[in-house]
Every structure is written in C-alpha cells, then in structure tokens.
Ligand binder design. Sequence first.
Ligand code: ADP
Ligand code: MG
Length: 592
Amino acid sequence: MSAFQQLGLEENLLQAISDMGFETPSEVQEKTIPILLEQETDIVSLAQTGTGKTAAFGFPMLQKINPESRTTQGLILSPTRELCLQITSELKNYGKYVQGLNVVAVYGGASITDQASKIKKGAQIIVATPGRMKDMIGRRMIDISKIEYCVLDEADEMLNMGFYEDITDILSHSPEDKSTWLFSATMPKEVSVIAKKFMHEPIEITVGTRNTGSANVSHEYYLVNARDRYQALKRLADINPEIFSVVFCRTKRDTQKVAEMLIEDGYSAAALHGDLSQNQRDLVMKSFRTRQIRMLVATDVAARGIDVDDITHVINYQLPDEIETYTHRSGRTGRAGKTGISMVIVSKSELRKIKQIEKIIKKEFVKKDVPNGMEICEIQLFHLANKVKNTDVNQEIDVYLPKISEVLEEFTKEELIKKVFSVEFSRFYNYYRKAKDLNVAEGGSGADRPPKESARFFINLGRKDDLEWMDLKDLIREITQLGKDDVFHVDTMNSFSFFNTEVAHIDKVLEAFKGVQFNNRKIDIEISNKRRSRGGGGKKRGRDDRGGGRGKGGFKGKGKRGDDRGGKFKGKDRRKSNRSNEKGTGGRRRRR
Ligand code: ADP
Ligand code: MG
C-alpha cells in the first residue's frame, strides 16, 4: 500500500488530503495520479462508482494548472447538475491551499449571467454539464480555446443521457493538443467510440474487473407476480427496519406513483425524477442526506447524482431497460468500505434478465423469498426491543415518574413489557396476520399465467399516449370494471397494446369500450386471437408487430398519436385505481 506522498503530489495538496482524512489512495488514484502527473497523455480510466475518481483526476489537474494565470486551463464535463456541484466542491476542498484558484460550476437551471460573471473573474477550472456548457460557448461567455486538460467524467452516463452531440460540439471549440482524461464506470461501445474519436492513443487503466459491481454488494432477487410488486417492496422495507435505500423505477411516472403510495402508507419516502423543479430536487436530496427520507424512489437519470454513503439497500422495483444500468444502480450501495444489498423484484418474464446481469457483474444472484407477515412482525419486535434497550433515558421524565408509576402500579414487569410492545407490535400484526404468500415458484408452468382459456385483445393505445402497461391495465379495468386478476398479459408498445381476459369476458369488454374516447380519439379495440399460446404470444400479428412499435401505424393508421399527452378518456369517469390489496397499511410511521 502506498501513501499519497509517494504519488508525486505537492505539499499544499498533501496538506489538504490530510485535512480531509484520506489515509491511503484508492486503487484508481494510485494507478492514475502518477501517470497524469508525469505525462501529457490521454487516458481512459475505468472504475466503479465510489472508487474515488474525482480525486484521481482532480489532484493532477490542480497540480498542473497555473493558478496565477486567469486563463481557463481545465474543463470537466459531467452528466448532472448534482455531480457537477459535487465535483466543484471536492475540487475546492482539494485545492484549498492553492493560492488564487478559482473553480466554477456551470449547469442548467440556474442563472446563466451569474455563472458568466464568475467565469469572467478568471476560472482556471470549469466544471460543467454539457447542455449549459454548449449554450455558454455559443454565447461567447466561455472560452475554452486554451484548455490543456479536459475530463469526461461518467462518460458512459453522459452518452446514456444523449449528450454525444453536445460533447462533440463543445470539444470542437477546444485545442487539438489538449489532454483528454475519460472516466467511466463501464465501457459500452459508445464510450469506445468517443475514445477513438476524441483521443490519441490513450493509456487505458482498469480498476477491478471491468463492468463488475463493487465487491461489497450482494445481489438478491425476489420472484413475485407482477401485480404484487408493490406489496413485495413494502415487505422488503418492513423486514429491514433500519433501511436507508434508493428504490429504482423505470419511468418518471412509476417513480412518482410508487413514492406516493409509500408516503400514503406511512413510509418516509420521496420521489426524485426529472419532472421536479431544481428546488424540489434539492429539497428531496437534503432530506435524504439527513436521513429524514429513508426510501428515495428515483429514476436512473435522477439518481446519477446521488453521492450518499451508507445506503443499505438498492431496490430495483423494476429492472432497467438497459441491463448495463444495473451496475450503476447497485453501485449506489456498498460504498466507502461498507457492505450493501442490491435487491431486485422480478416477475417470471424478467428472469432471463437476471441471468444476463449475472454475466455482466460476474456474480450470482441469490434467490430469496419475500418475507411472510410473521417474519416481519418478529423482526420488528426485536428491533423495537433493541431500540428500547439502547434509548438514552430522558431525565425529564423523573418528575412525572411517581404519577406514571401510580397509573401502572397494578402490572408486573412482564405485563408491562407486553403492554408496551403491543403498542407497536399490534400495528404490524394486524396488518400482516392475514397477508398472503407473495412468492412465485421458479420454473413450472408459471403462476403468473392464469390457466383459463383467454382472449387476446388489440387496443390502439400505447406508450405514445403516455401509458405503460400498469397504467393501461388500470385504465382497462376502470372502463370494463373487471377485477384485478381478470386483465392480464398487458403488453404496451408504442402506438398500440395487447391484453388478455378470459374468453367469458369478451362481450363485456367490447361492450364497455363502445364510444369511449381517449385524448379525443376513439378507442379501437378488437380481438387479436382467442388463445394465447404459452411463451409465444398468439398469432403472428401480435408479436411480429412488436418491433414495429417504434415505427408508426402498424395498424392501418389506427395507431396515430393523440393530440395531447396525459389526457383523460371520455365517456366514463376515471376512478382512482385501486392498487392495493393489502391496503390499510402497517408500514412505518413517517416520523420515527
Ligand atoms: P467516484 O467518482 O469514483 O464515484 P468519488 O470521487 O465521488 O467516487 O469518491 C467517493 C467518496 O470517497 C467521496 O466521498 C470521496 O471524498 C471519498 N474518497 C475518495 N478518495 C478517498 C481516499 N483515498 N480515502 C478516503 N476517502 C476517499
Ligand atoms: Mg465520480
């Protein structure tokens, strides 16, 4: 193990390092810093989140720039505002003994003139998100024609977020002979492409195995029926009374919905997604950092900026579309030497994704059972016992003690314990005593699939109408008044979808949709085929059009987009969906 002194860093930086309490360099720092200090070279450095990449490029950059000059010499591009601010504050910390240093953050959602005036004062280093950066270069508020170092931080994520064009544009304003330092957690094709395009013979450094998650994270999955996802989530939270977690959903809509349900059920939860204003996001992050929020429900993009240590669990409420993203998600836990658990709630149809992810992370998932009600009650009870044991006694109570003792005098110690514990325990007990088993057996015919003969319907609504399958299912149930298990196999595509009901419900469904509109557009519904064969999905039409979902109008122009997103259907009242069969909540109270 080497020390920071041996990496070639100057005294003022070493002083800051010691102030921050860093004792030994992390692997990526040990491998990267000496190279960047000694050579003018391009570099590709691959390391997981939480491995200390900021310092790996931050220290060399601080040592190499000239703080006496006011020229912008270093540019760091990062995917989100949160990361941008984080890097800026880290760099200021690292460089607190560098005289004259000025590091400025440039990001969207804040005053552009304020940022421009800070830069005008002379910023040797600019940390920026690509969108705002491009904008400010275009308005000649920033000049990067003399930069010597350019860092592409979290390159994979920037590309994921569609910043390729912006990055290309920004770099076209920078000198050819600068050094480019690319940092990334993973190395998908797109990253190799920019490495090739923008870099000259980069030195490549890989820390740990490529694409694998942190060694401190264990991976678990829970197999349930898709409709039981939310109940499973609650149980996973309840069986971990000290949970401090990020819950990942695929869409903003689901993120919002799951967070709302959790809050309603008494959990300290909040949503984090791109539709929130910057102010709202800051507030949410603040509450999360201070542990007032213990379940942060987030989209992948929004969660990218989260740098919070001590997250105990990452819960994949749904798996990401791109399985590579799983690594980013699970990397939110198991940081700073702590252990963490990444849990995935899966339905049968997603099981193959688990296998694919295992190949990427080079680790096996452990299949676990969703805890049953009594297991949860037991855990909660012991948790409470320990909490009582560890509680500091409030001496103010002494004054009232005689009176309290009087009230309780008839009880023995045993009886008192029982009573005190019943206050808390009964809440969970009453909630869970009749709770069903949520687990689904792996293999076999699939409990997810009702055995009855079913009919497959085509409907001209889909993602274009802002409907994911769960929304569509709710909608269908509202219109048809069918029960929650009566509508199944809902597959949403871009401009149309399919769903099944039992054959016995065909007439009811067709009748119910007569004259109903959505977004001022007539809903078309027809029977696609009468029996959905196992694993395949009915007649050719249904599945073959799947790919065509991207292109428009697979169905004779029926699948045209509604004129407005998020509209209501006409004809019947849209009731609030009745999502929960275990409603009435145990959960946990908001304040603990
Ligand atoms: P990455 O960019 O790889 O995700 P960061 O640079 O954000 O990781 O670092 C993660 C955390 O580890 C930060 O809180 C940082 O201050 C801390 N850290 C970085 N290097 C060290 C070190 N050598 N010793 C102790 N903590 C460190
Ligand atoms: Mg980083």
